[in-house]
Structures are given as structure tokens and as C-alpha cells.
Design a protein around this ligand. Structure first.
Ligand SMILES: [Cu+2]
Length: 126
């Protein structure tokens, strides 16, 4: 009888996911989530599920060991769901963490982290 257990797990999952659904989500990012890029990114760009408040949106760029590199101030773009800002430094090859932060329509801060890798040799691979 595996079905009831699976159903209750699903129900628990939906319950936990519930409140989060009310908040804006990071849909896509550049440099990409878990992506490998072959050049030091000149900017960070976020695509959100709702219009973000640009003034309350930021990206903190860190090394894999969480030592800070730069904070990127995000500005509005032509697309109301997209904000972008310049990376003020050239990165060394390596793995990086992006800590993003924005505010939902209800004013609650939403934040998350993701990683990307800068590998100059990545573009040469097929
Ligand atoms: Cu909220």
C-alpha cells in the first residue's frame, strides 16, 4: 500500500509550498542558475514572476567560500519583469554564488541563492 503514503507526502509538499506561491520568484537569471559561462559576466540580470521593485532588488556576488566580491545594484529594464545591473569587477575563473534579494507585492523580502561557474575554456568545448 504505497499510494496513501505518497499522497500524504504530496499533500505535505503542497502545504509547504503554499505561502511561497504568493511571493515573486526568480524565474531565470544571467549568468544562469547552475550555468557555466566562458567570460566574466559584465552584468547580472534577473527575470521575476512579478514586477520587482528595482530599488529593493540587489545581487551580492560571492566566491564559493562566501567571501564577498561585489554588490550589484539592479535597475529597471524595458521589460517590467526584468532588472539588470553591472558587475563592477572582472572575475577570476571559478565557481561563484549569487545572493539575490527583492520584495514581493505585499512588501515581504524574498531572497535566494544560486551558483554559476566561470570557466574560460567552457566556450571551446563542443
Ligand atoms: Cu508575503
Amino acid at each position: 500500500m504505497r499510494t496513501p503514503a505518497r499522497l500524504s507526502l504530496l499533500a505535505a509538499g503542497l502545504f509547504l509550498a503554499g505561502p511561497v506561491l504568493l511571493h515573486t520568484k526568480l524565474v531565470k537569471a544571467e549568468p544562469g542558475i547552475d550555468a557555466t559561462v566562458s567570460q566574466s559576466p559584465a552584468e547580472v540580470r534577473f527575470w521575476f514572476s512579478e514586477k520587482p521593485e528595482a530599488a529593493l532588488t540587489s545581487a551580492a556576488l560571492m566566491k564559493e567560500d562566501h567571501s564577498p566580491i561585489a554588490t550589484v545594484r539592479m535597475k529597471e529594464t524595458d521589460d517590467s519583469l526584468v532588472v539588470a545591473g553591472p558587475v563592477p569587477v572582472k572575475l577570476e575563473p571559478g565557481r561563484y554564488m549569487v545572493m539575490w534579494k527583492t520584495a514581493s507585492k505585499d512588501g515581504h523580502v524574498v531572497r535566494g541563492t544560486y551558483y554559476f561557474t566561470f570557466d574560460p575554456a567552457a566556450g571551446a568545448k563542443p
